[in-house]
Design a protein around this ligand. Structure first.
Ligand SMILES: *[C@@H]1O[C@H](CO)[C@@H](O)[C@H](O)[C@H]1NC(C)=O
Length: 307
């Protein structure tokens, strides 16, 4: 019996020892711990469902996000209604000097932006839509409008528009990072609202660790995104994004909704990796801020050792 016991002991050691190594010790103060606990809760619940045709995880995603949503202290969540949905935005902890809010895909509906503008007069608004008609006029009343389609590539496409008569029109397309760098020209984006009719799928890699935004030093703090009815490939794309996110907890999912028949997902998520964003929205005092900064550095170093 003795040799068998040894084998078991060894196996147990490998399992638990491995877990200890992989388990990150996230910061235990303020909201940071809650943010990471929420990410772990989502991972634990959803990973087993990521099998087969990937409908199981898709169908449960919004429910799980809402169940695992973090409980945060001393932060105020603003909700801003559009015609048929809500956009969410955590209000900054302290008065901020500047603020940038970007809308991709206006869809002739600027109610949420207008409400945000009245609650947060310090914010500048930037909007883009391939359709100029109405969107330009509506958006330009309070922000900067760009008649372009923002996605993952530069180029142009032909769209069929009604301007007295129907005719074709060339519309410029631009990748998200270039749009933020060249048009918006801000390094910190407080809120990014994305409703770009399926072009969101190839945009997910921009949000990832070492993605184009990070490479160019652009921090996006909060995102409201509409993830349109998926093909099999789209479900895979989003699953890949989620799996990468399980490793580094870059994005914490706060609120989600699944359309019962069209199956699109609305998702509100916040950036828990950007120090700038954490300080602005989640971490309270200076003392804590410095500790978090130091702890984050340690975490990053630990991570490098693990990779
Ligand atoms: C789009 O063009 C800009 C230059 O204007 C370039 O920096 C960027 O890499 C291009 N994007 C893609 C995806 O090729």
């Amino acid at each position: 019996m003795a040799p068998q016991l040894t084998v078991h002991t060894l196996v147990l050691f490998v399992i638990f020892g491995g877990n200890v190594l992989l388990k990150r010790n996230f910061d235990s103060r303020d909201n940071v711990e809650s943010l990471h606990e929420s990410a772990e809760c989502v991972q634990k619940t959803i990973e087993p469902l990521m099998t087969g045709d990937l409908w199981r995880y898709w169908d449960r995603f919004a429910y799980i996000v809402n169940k695992c949503s973090p409980t945060l202290k001393d932060v105020e969540l603003g909700s801003f209604p559009n015609t048929d949905e809500f956009k969410y935005h955590y209000l900054p902890l302290k008065k901020v000097n500047g603020c940038s809010i970007v809308s991709l895909g206006i869809g002739k509906d600027v109610k949420a932006e207008k409400k945000m503008s009245s609650v947060m007069p310090e914010c500048e608004f930037y909007g883009a839509d391939p359709v100029n008609e109405d969107n330009n006029e509506l958006f330009s009343a309070f922000g900067n409008f760009y008649n372009m389609a923002v996605g993952d590539k530069n180029g142009s496409f032909r769209s069929y528009v009604l301007e007295e008569i129907y005719r074709y029109q060339e519309v410029a397309t631009i990748d998200l990072a270039t749009f933020l760098r060249n048009n918006v020209k801000q390094k910190l984006i407080d809120q990014l609202m994305v409703d770009i009719e399926h072009a969101e799928y190839p945009v997910f890699p921009f949000f990832e660790e070492n993605g184009q935004l990070e490479e160019w030093g652009i921090h996006v703090c909060q995102i409201n995104i509409e993830i349109h009815s998926p093909t099999a490939e789209d479900r895979q794309t989003f699953a890949t994004f989620l799996k990468k996110n399980f490793l580094n907890h870059q994005w914490i999912f706060i609120n989600s909704e699944l359309h019962p028949s069209f199956k699109h997902i609305r998702l509100f998520m916040v950036n828990a990796r950007s120090r700038e964003c954490l300080q602005r929205y989640f971490v309270k005092n200076e003392k804590t801020k410095n500790k978090v900064t130091k702890r984050r550095k340690e975490l990053d170093e630990e991570e490098e050792l693990l990779l």
